[in-house]
Design a protein around this ligand. Structure first.
Ligand SMILES: Cc1ncc(COP(=O)(O)O)c(C=O)c1O
Length: 386
C-alpha cells in the first residue's frame, strides 16, 4: 500500500520521472513499476507452465471493478475491449438504426477513430451525420444541442478533445440526451484517470477508453462503459462465449448451452473470448494505485496550471511560440514548421501534432507544476531565436 499522504511516494513508482520531465501523457502515460511487476509475474507463470486460469478470471473481475469505481459505474456496466475504436464501434453497431436517423457531433475536433465509424454508418445505412463547427478550438455545447431533432438517436463527443485538448462541457449534453432518450456516447480517453469523469453526474450512457494514456497502462487494452438499461436495449453484433449467460461464473468457459441463449447482463454482453490478460494486469496495477491515492488526489487542479500558460502568453510572438490555456489544464503550443526536426528529437517526451505541440494536463503524481514550467522552457528554447 502506498503512503496516502505522499505524492512523492507515488512518484517513486515512476523511475522515468527521476531522469526527465515527461510531458507526453496526451499520447501515452508512463507505466508505473507495479504494472511492470504485475506483467512480469504473469509472464513468469506463462513461461514456467504455472498459469492459473481461475486467478486470471479473478483478475478480470477485479479490474472490471477498478474501472467501474473510477467512473462511478457498476462492474456489470464494464466490458473489456482493445481500445477506444473497438468500444465505440461495439455501441454503434449494436444500435437498431433506421434510415433517416441521425447522429450529432463535431467532426473537426473528434479523433478520426470517432469520425470514421459515423461516415461508415452513413455509407452503409444512410444515417445522417450532423456535424457542428468548433468554436474557439472547443466543441460548442449549445451548437450540439441545437442540432438535435426528433430523428437524433445518438450524440457523441470527447470529454477532452485529442487536439487541441480542451474540455468539452458535456454535462448539459448528457442532461438533454437523458431527457430525450438519446444515447450519449463519449470518447473518454483524454480524461479518465486525469479528470474526474463521473458517468452518473454527467449522464453519460456509454464511454470508450483505452489504457495507455491517463490510465498509465499498455496499448491494446481498454474498457467500454455502457449504462445497464441502455446495454440491455442493444444487441451486440459480435457474440462469443463470454457475452452469453450460462448461469454466472459457475459455468465452464468452454461450455455450450442450447439455442435459447441469453445475453450477459448490461455491458458484459460485449465481452467476446479470452482477454488481453497482460494488458489487464498492467492497467489493474496502475488503477489500483489511483484508488489507493483516492480519486480526488489524481485529479488535476485548475489554478496552478492557469498561471503557467498565461505567463507564457506574454512571450513575443515573433519567436513563433504561443501558448494558450484552455482556462483549464492543457498547454497547447503552436509551432513553426522549422522546428519539426528539433521537436522530433524530443518526441519521446513531447508530442507533436501537425503544426502544434501537445503537452499534457496535470496528473498530480506524474507531472507537477514545476515540470510543466520546465517543459515550457524547453519548448521555448527550441523556438527560432530562443
Ligand atoms: C480522443 C482520442 N480518441 C481516440 C484515440 C485513439 O483511439 P484508439 O484507442 O482506438 O487507438 C486517441 C489517441 O490519441 C484520442 O486522443
Amino acid at each position: 500500500m502506498l503512503d496516502m499522504s505522499s505524492i512523492e511516494a507515488a512518484r517513486a513508482e515512476f523511475p522515468g520521472t527521476e531522469e526527465l520531465t515527461y510531458m507526453n501523457v496526451s499520447a501515452r502515460g508512463l507505466t508505473p513499476q507495479r504494472s511492470r511487476n504485475a506483467v512480469d509475474a504473469m509472464m513468469d507463470k506463462m513461461q514456467s507452465g504455472a498459469t492459473d486460469k481461475a486467478a486470471m478470471f479473478d483478475l478480470i473481475e477485479q479490474s472490471r471493478d477498478g474501472y467501474a469505481k473510477l467512473i462511478n459505474a457498476t462492474s456489470d456496466e464494464i466490458s473489456l475491449v482493445k481500445n477506444v475504436s473497438e468500444g465505440l464501434n461495439a455501441i454503434i453497431a449494436a444500435y437498431p438504426w433506421k434510415s433517416g436517423d441521425n447522429v450529432v457531433l463535431c467532426q473537426d475536433l473528434e479523433h478520426p477513430n470517432n469520425v470514421y465509424p459515423w461516415r461508415h454508418l452513413n455509407r452503409r445505412l444512410g444515417v445522417e451525420v450532423r456535424s457542428v463547427s468548433p468554436r474557439d478550438g472547443a466543441i460548442p455545447t449549445d451548437e450540439i444541442l441545437s442540432q438535435i431533432n426528433e430523428n437524433t438517436r445518438m450524440v457523441t463527443a470527447s470529454s477532452v478533445t485529442f487536439a487541441p485538448g480542451f474540455r468539452t462541457d458535456i454535462g448539459p449534453i448528457g442532461a438533454v440526451c437523458r431527457e430525450r432518450d438519446i444515447l450519449f456516447l463519449v470518447d473518454g480517453v483524454q480524461s479518465v484517470g486525469i479528470l474526474n469523469t463521473d458517468v452518473e453526474t454527467l449522464n453519460i450512457d456509454a464511454m470508450a477508453v483505452s489504457t495507455q494514456k491517463g490510465l498509465l497502462g499498455l496499448y491494446g487494452m481498454g474498457f467500454l462503459y455502457c449504462r445497464a438499461d441502455w446495454a440491455e436495449r442493444l444487441t451486440p453484433v459480435y457474440l462469443a462465449r463470454f457475452g452469453v449467460d450460462l448461469g454466472g461464473s459457475g459455468a465452464h468457459e468452454a461450455s455450450l448451452g442450447d439455442d435459447e441463449y441469453a445475453l450477459m447482463p448490461a455491458a458484459r454482453r460485449f465481452d467476446l473470448g479470452n482477454y488481453n490478460y497482460v494488458g489487464v494486469a498492467a492497467a489493474d496495477a496502475s488503477i489500483s494505485m489511483m484508488h489507493e491515492l483516492g480519486r480526488q488526489r489524481i485529479v488535476c487542479r485548475r489554478h496552478p496550471m492557469r498561471h503557467g500558460p498565461r505567463r507564457q502568453r506574454t512571450k513575443p510572438t515573433s519567436r513563433r511560440a504561443q501558448c494558450t490555456s484552455t482556462g483549464h489544464v492543457l498547454l497547447y503550443i503552436q509551432i513553426h514548421e522549422d522546428w519539426t526536426i528539433k521537436i522530433s528529437a524530443h518526441s519521446n517526451l513531447i508530442d507533436s501534432l501537425d503544426q502544434a505541440l501537445r503537452m499534457p494536463r496535470l496528473n498530480r503524481f506524474l507531472i507537477q507544476k514545476p515540470e510543466i514550467q520546465a517543459g515550457v522552457e524547453v519548448v521555448d528554447d527550441l523556438a527560432p531565436g530562443g
